[in-house]
Write a protein that binds this ligand. Structure first.
Ligand code: GUN
Length: 286
């Protein structure tokens, strides 16, 4: 069994991104990311701080817009409009979840699709569907990069994705399909989940339920990707997969933490860089 080391792989990607950022700066463009956070959700605060630190480490300019919890939809949309028109900002990320009085879909729709570094805008979602995209949602993109780093073949293999969220499950299924995997997308109403997951050569678990995937649900030699970050009773971070059981069956497996998480973070930098590089492309008429 080989651990899919997301921390180490993300470090390599970060080094490459830092080099590309330098090259872009020589052409007079500093990639810029605006992170918008509304309210004081502690988990969101940690994520936002991490994103700003990642940017600084790679030479990407970042600015934070921290708005109070009582911010109105109009105020938030006005900020997004200003960021859409700010030439120094290539990526806009509105940290989710938003306070419940705000309309998340409307907010995501307001972001210029070319600056949508989460790739949550329906325009970008549609482009992913047809396989013609610049920006990919960070978690599925990170998982594909991790599989590639370890030379995991996808074409023709049985890929089972458990979880059908817009952010992970659905785009993950599409990316595996574009790479010629035979993809099954499962969810909470799938009958006999184990019967389906046991078919998987590549299994992606993205539900958010501790202990969901036990060893008997995994085929011998499977590649197991655990996206979830659940807190167990002891306050420890665990995935959906029972790691010790799965590790006895898997050929490759991600640890939690240190697997998918660091790859997700690095893909935000990659998307911000891609969005900035597109500006140069547009200037020279590419
Ligand atoms: N909240 C938790 N994960 C994410 C993410 O990937 N993007 C945004 N915008 N908010 C999040």
């Amino acid at each position: 069994m080989t651990l899919l080391d997301g921390k180490q792989t993300a470090k390599k990607h970060k080094e490459r991104i830092a080099q590309e950022v330098c090259a872009l700066k020589e052409k007079g463009i500093t990639p810029g990311l605006a992170v918008v956070i509304v309210g004081d959700d502690p988990a969101s605060r940690v994520y936002v701080n991490n994103k700003k630190r990642d940017c600084a480490q790679c030479g990407v300019y970042s600015e934070e817009h921290a708005l109070p919890a009582e911010t109105t939809q109009e105020q938030l949309l006005a900020l997004i409009s200003r960021l859409n028109h700010n030439a120094d900002i290539h990526g806009i990320l509105v940290q989710l979840p938003l306070p419940s009085h705000l309309d998340e879909q409307d907010v995501l729709l307001a972001i210029d699709p070319q600056k949508d570094v989460d790739a949550f805008h329906p325009f970008n979602v549609g482009r992913i569907m047809i396989g013609d995209y610049d920006l990919l949602p960070c978690t599925p993109a990170g998982i594909m990069a991790l599989l590639d780093e370890y030379g995991v073949a996808i074409s023709g293999r049985e890929c089972v994705v458990v979880g059908r969220s817009n952010i992970v499950g659905k785009p993950q299924a599409m990316l595996l399909l574009h790479r010629h995997g035979t993809v099954t997308l499962c969810h909470s109403r799938t009958k006999d989940l184990g019967e389906v997951t046991r078919r998987a050569d590549i299994l992606v678990a993205a539900v958010g339920r501790e202990g969901l995937i036990t060893g008997d649900m995994i085929k011998e030699g499977a590649v197991v990707i655990d996206v979830a970050m659940n807190k167990n009773a002891a306050g420890k971070l665990v995935g959906d997969v029972v790691f010790e059981e799965a590790a006895e069956k898997a050929s490759f497996i991600t640890p939690v933490p240190g697997g998918v998480g660091p790859m997700t973070r690095v893909m935000l930098l990659r998307n911000t860089l891609t969005a900035a590089q597109k500006v140069i492309g547009a200037e020279v008429g590419n």
